[in-house]
Every structure is written in C-alpha cells, then in structure tokens.
Design a protein around this ligand. Sequence first.
Ligand code: SF4
Ligand code: SF4
Length: 486
Amino acid sequence: MNKPEPITPSAEAPVSLYAKHEPVFNRRIDGKFRRIKWAIMAACLAIYWVTPWLRWDRGPYAPDQAVLIDLEHRRFYMFGIEIWPQEFYFVAGLLIMAGIGLFLVTSAVGRAWCGYACPQTVWTDLFQHVDRLIDGDRNARFRLYKAPWGPAKIARRVFKWAIYLAISFATGGAWIFYFADAPTLHQEFWSGTAAPVAYGTVLVLTLTTFALGGFMREQVCIYMCPWPRIQTAMLDEKSLIVTYKEWRGEKRGSLKKAQKNPGEYGDCIDCNQCVAVCPTGIDIREGPQIGCITCALCIDACDRVMAETGRPRGLIDYATLEDAENEKKGHPPTRHAKLIWRPRTLVYFAVWAGIGLGLLFMLGTRVHTDVSVAKDRNPPYILMSDGSVRNGYTLRLHNMQNRPRDMVLGIEGLPGAVMWTEDMAREAASRTLTRTVAPDATQVVRVYVVAPEDTRDQDFAFTLEAQGEERESDTAKAQFDAPGDE
Ligand code: SF4
Ligand code: SF4
C-alpha cells in the first residue's frame, strides 16, 4: 500500500494576504542625494505655505491674491492669468500636462516624483525628521519602541504627537487659504466667524495628514497609492532606477572575511547601511521592488561605505537594467544625459511642450468678451397677434476686463428680426442693443426676438462687440423656432 503523501505546511496553512506592518526606523544619512532631497522638500513646503499669502495687483475690481480658486465667483486666478468657467479647457490642459509630465519624468528618471516631490514623501520625510529630533536616531528610536510603556515613554510620545498634530494642522490650515482671501479668512478663522466648511476642511486634512504622514507612511506608497503600479508598467530596461550591481557586490562578506580570503568576496561588506537609511525599509540588494521610491538615500549610504573601505563608489547607483548588464560584461556605463534623452522621452517631451505652447498661444490670443445663450424650450415659440413669431433667450454677457465696458449685442442672420429685453418697450426693439457690463462680471439678459410672419425654423447668431480701444467680439449660435416646421 502506498504511503500517504505528507502534508506540507504550505498546503495546510492559508496564505495570508495581509502583511503585518513593521515600523521603519531609518538612520540619518548625509550625501549628495540627501541634500537634493532637503532642497526639494524645503522648496515644496515653502511653495505650499507661502503661495496663498502672495499678493498680485489686479486693480480695484478683482482680488489681489496671486493664486486663488474663487469658488463663489467661479474664477481661478494665477498671477496674471484669470480663468473663467467657460475657459475650463485651460485647467483641463494643465491637468493633461501634469499627467504627461509625470510620464515624462518616469520615463527619464524613473520614480523621481515618488522619491523627491510627492506630498506623501515630503511630509513623511518631515515627520521622520521630527522622530529623529525627539527620539534620536535609528537605534535610540528602536530601543524606545521596544521599551515598556511608562511615564517617560508616554511623555515623549505625547510631545512628539503634539508636534505631528501642529504640522498636520498647519498643513490642513494652509489648504483653505487657496480658496478665499488669505488674510481675511485667517482673521475670520481665529475669530470663529469663518464658514463651517472651512473648519470641516481643516479638521479632515489635519487628521488625514496626521494619520498618513505620522503613522501610515510607506504603507501609503506600497499599498494605497496606484501610481507605483502604473509607473512599474511604464518602466522598461532603459529606465533609470536605483540599482544594486550584484555582479560587483556578490558574494557578500565582512571586511574581515574579505581580507582573509582575497578574491573570494565582492565589494558588498554586508554592513546593511543601505537598508538602515531606507525610508521604506527595503533591501535594494534584493532587486527592483515596488516599495523602492528611488529616493537614492541608499546610494549615499553605500557610497560612504565604499569611500571608507577604499573601494570605488557606485555599488548602488542610478542605472538602467540594460546598462547594468553591459557594465557586468565590462563595458563602460552610459552617460545619464544620454539615457534621459531617448526616443520615448523625446516623444513625451514633444507632446508636453506642444500642449504647453498651445495653451500659451490661446492665452495670448484670447478675447476678454464672451457671450453664451440658452433658448427657452417651453414654449419654443409664441405666435403674436400680428402673425409674427417670438422666441425667448437667456444670454450671458461676460466682461473679462477689470473695467466697465459698453457692449453692443446684435443679431446675425434671421432677416427682418428685431429684439428687445424685459426692461424695455417692444416698440424700441431693434437689431442691436447696448448694455454696460460691470468689470470682471457676467450680466444675464432675457432677450425676446421677434421675426416676420413667414419666417421658418433656422439658425442665426447673437454677436457681442465690446466698445472701446480693443473692440473685441464674440458670437453665439442660436436656433429660431417657428410654427409649421416641427
Ligand atoms: S551599504 Fe553597500 S556595502 Fe553596505 S550592505 Fe549595502 S550594498 Fe553592501
Ligand atoms: S531602496 Fe534606496 S532608493 Fe529605494 S526607497 Fe530605499 S533608500 Fe530609497
């Protein structure tokens, strides 16, 4: 009789889809890439906190905040640019540029966005710095983590979380200043007279920053953010990534072993410094991983070890998989500039720059006069006692200049038709009407158009011409409905 197959542990135990969170106690490191990270972090935080307080003089009729998303008046201000709701394609264009820009950066320098400029990275870095200031570097933090809870540990934790909370509050608090005049809202906020939505927004953003930056950290990058998956799909063998040159580093062994057995060991002395400094707690020597945000701190750490042991730098370095293979065969590494400017990145750059130039051209040539029309649908027309036909329209006259302007509204096409508005007598109807539109404002006008008895269904247009030096104009197509054509 055959013996039963032994049951292996793997067959018996269900595979867990949940990996227990292991806290990361990364060591402080100094080096070229760390200094670049400091500079980018400082720039990102400064831009975020300072921008709402910058002023920009737009005259007496528009807000003087340089960057403002004015939800109440449905405007977006960015320095000298003012975007109206009907010009939302500019914002759509900027979002498309941001998306293609991310593709461009990923194809050129891998996950540089994740490693240097992503808000999750920047705020995690800031919180980790607070950890170091309060609890000390890696070993001290680990000892404190393992220590039993007592008054000293509780006091440290409370103090540190209070700092986390202050940073989170400053982060959430700054966000609302992008949506209203910052000095006014600041005063209203602290006097308790701001809108409830302002307090709600600050509360939600404070709590999310506290949780994501203070506690979840690399978990957001590894498990929550979709971007690493998208980027992984976009990387190819020519993409720059942080690479451990295993052909040079293996077989690993301590300095002592290497000295005792010359020629048997590679350059990696297995000191684990690259792991100790990693903000996501991974070991790059195990190959490219989704947890690697390519912050390059392991390069700084390993370069320092190489310098101390008298070996050439670059055991861990920015390299493409293709280049690493070539290096392994003894070829010199390709210059990074050459790797960055390859056909794929050039195509992304061309598309990105093309959209940017297109937007700039449209911005430079856009007119500051706009008319839009909505026709009455019920009833579509009214038969007048003299046999003529009347249609009703609601027109919006937009004056996008910071001064009042006279605007002449006219009818183009529709022979014999005249128009009048609710605030004038029908006898005064004509083919043109003049309205004065307030600065930076929209005037809503109810217009009645009446056409002679035998008029059929047809298209026509309303024209709007701003008077003054510029004489800008705009046209809006409209439909005229008449009986007997349904
Ligand atoms: S820092 Fe360099 S030498 Fe040390 S373990 Fe990492 S790869 Fe090896
Ligand atoms: S492995 Fe290196 S590059 Fe990747 S996240 Fe860790 S320290 Fe940064």
